[in-house]
Write a protein that binds this ligand. Structure first.
Ligand code: 4NP
Length: 166
């Protein structure tokens, strides 16, 4: 793990399938937490999807409604995760094991596995390995995704803050 400085901000990208539900929620929560703690100059935060179905779209309306209820804005416009992101980012956070595999499938030379982690590795109360896909379900699924991502983001940020150097 390298030192995190304002001159060389730590770059994270949250990745799901469509980049309209889970990863934009993780991105919005993480941006909010970083600002709340006054570390916005130390991080570059993005999200992407392994599929291109929704490229250019804002976050799903149920994801936005859930996040807004907790005072969090989701700024994302969907884009597809691409090979260059493996090089570009310090940490790539997969929402589920399919996303994880699809990300590593792009790593044809096997250089970047150390950068790719499952988001729920950072969940202090993991009841499963994946952040479940809420897309085809009701509001309760979006609420659950928000709560999982809220506590996982908190732990992730607390771990990263240890490496900040001013
Ligand atoms: P996300 O959810 O991966 O959390 O953005 C989904 C969004 C769209 C689809 C599937 C999951 N879809 O099949 O279009």
């Amino acid at each position: 793990m390298r030192p995190i400085t304002q001159e060389d901000p730590y770059k994270l990208v949250f990745v799901c399938l469509g980049n309209i539900c889970r990863s934009p929620t993780a991105e919005g929560i993480f941006i909010h937490k970083v600002k709340e703690k006054g570390y916005e100059n130390y991080f570059y935060i993005d999200s992407a999807g392994t599929a291109a179905y929704h490229v250019g779209e804002s976050a799903n309306s149920k994801s936005q409604a859930t996040a807004n209820k907790y005072g969090i804005h989701l700024p994302s416009k969907a884009r597809k995760f691409e090979y260059a992101d493996l090089e570009e980012f310090d940490l790539i956070l997969a929402m589920d094991s399919d996303n994880y595999r699809n990300i590593l499938d792009l790593d044809t030379k096997g250089q970047y596995e150390h950068k790719v982690k499952m988001m729920r590795e950072f969940d202090p109360h993991p009841d499963m390995k994946d952040v479940p896909d809420p897309y085809y379900g009701g509001m309760d699924g979006f609420e659950n995704v928000f709560k999982v991502l809220e506590r996982s983001s908190e732990q992730l940020l607390n771990e990263l803050i240890e490496y900040i150097e001013d």
